[in-house]
Design a binder for this molecule. Structure first.
Ligand code: UFG
Length: 334
């Protein structure tokens, strides 16, 4: 029998790539999304139910109408500086809404979840390459909101037959190589997206936040992972639970990092556009360097990344950005 899976936030950037891979793998997908940052066109497989996890009646109706085998929970706010400025927005939408979702799962006997967590749960650790068993010490409300959600999932799993795979994402970037999907969030703040907007002329220039970190060129180091590799980790996570392998907490990254300047240089080289870049103060809530130890996900999920190359990540992001700009300028020509 085909597995029926609920994907919250499946119309968003990461969720939509996962929905496409799930659809291609033969899953029966129901997307639940409030379309606050997601798009109807991004749901390429399954059924889209427009609704909000903050609405208990909508959630109850969704679970009453469907027998789900598993839930993949993406729906969340994800911008670190915004979380510093408006923490309650993050505790409401990320933490409380995860509580609502877990309540519905528990009432309806749905006992598998793949949860989108983040490297931001680690905070500012002493080492740069992070293993999953490090103590959690988030330094911003975004990371704290996800840490609390992880804890609720683990506590419910201890008290019930819930199985979970918690995936801690490092810096997700890139797009579907065929430009069917990509990051289409307005007012995006993530580095590769911002730099690609500069390269395509959608933005006049950008800033580097902090040039006095103790890294090789003074700018922050991040572990950039291609969204298609992250998506395949989700499909593997579902299979892992279907095979009865139990719960896991797994980093999703490649285990190496690039500085902000290095990323910008690649965008400039591949686009051939020397857009203006200015140096600015450090951004609140930014750890100096974050890279994943990914031994555990490779072992436990047999996950083999296929896009571990910064040029490929940037090229797919650039191709998508050009496609997306053209589409917005000429909405009938899709
Ligand atoms: N940056 C700039 N200029 C910009 C945008 C970003 O200099 O215009 C810098 C940031 O200061 C940071 C780096 O580029 O040093 C990466 O910033 P992003 O905003 O792209 O991503 P974050 O590292 O803040 O956050 C992302 C995810 C989190 C995850 C985190 C962990 O949003 O979920 O990576 O690595 F936890």
């Amino acid at each position: 029998m085909t597995d029926r899976v609920l994907v919250t936030g499946g119309a968003g950037y990461i969720g939509s790539h996962v929905v496409r891979q799930l659809g291609e793998a033969g899953y029966d997908v129901v997307v639940f999304d409030n379309l606050s940052t997601g798009h109807e066109w991004a749901v390429t497989h399954g059924e889209l139910v427009v609704g909000d996890l903050a609405d208990p009646e909508a959630l109850e109706a969704l679970f009453a109408a469907n027998e789900f085998d598993a839930v993949l929970h993406f729906a969340a706010h994800i911008i670190v500086p915004e979380s510093v400025a408006d923490p309650l927005k993050y505790y409401r939408n990320n933490t409380r809404n995860t509580l609502n979702l877990l309540g519905a799962m528990s009432r309806h006997g749905v006992n598998r979840i793949v949860f989108s967590s983040t490297a931001a749960v680690y905070g500012m650790p002493d080492q740069q390459v992070l293993t999953e068993d490090l103590p959690l010490a988030p330094i911003n409300p975004y990371g704290a909101s996800k840490m609390m959600s992880e804890r609720m999932i683990m506590d419910l799993a201890s008290a019930s037959d819930l199985d979970y795979v918690i995936l801690r994402y490092f810096n997700v970037a890139g797009a579907d190589p065929q430009t069917r999907l990509g990051q289409a969030t307005p007012e995006a703040t993530h580095l590769i997206k911002v730099a690609c907007e500069c390269a395509t002329g959608a933005r006049g220039g950008m800033q580097i936040f902090g040039t006095d970190y103790g890294t090789r060129d003074g700018t922050c180091v991040r572990d950039y992972i291609h969204v298609e590799d992250l998506a395949s980790a989700h499909v593997r996570a579902l299979e892992h639970m279907q095979q009865g392998n139990g719960s896991e907490i797994l980093n999703c990254g490649y285990g190496r990092g690039f500085t902000v300047r290095e990323v910008i240089d690649v965008v400039k080289r591949l686009s051939g556009v020397d857009f203006p870049v200015t140096e600015a103060e450090r951004r609140a809530g930014d750890p100096e360097a974050l890279m994943a130890d990914n031994q555990r996900i490779r072992r436990r999920l047999d996950w083999v990344p296929a896009y571990d190359d910064l040029d490929t990540i940037v090229q797919t992001a650039l191709d998508w950005e050009r496609h997306w700009q053209a589409r917005q300028n000429n909405p009938t020509d899709q």
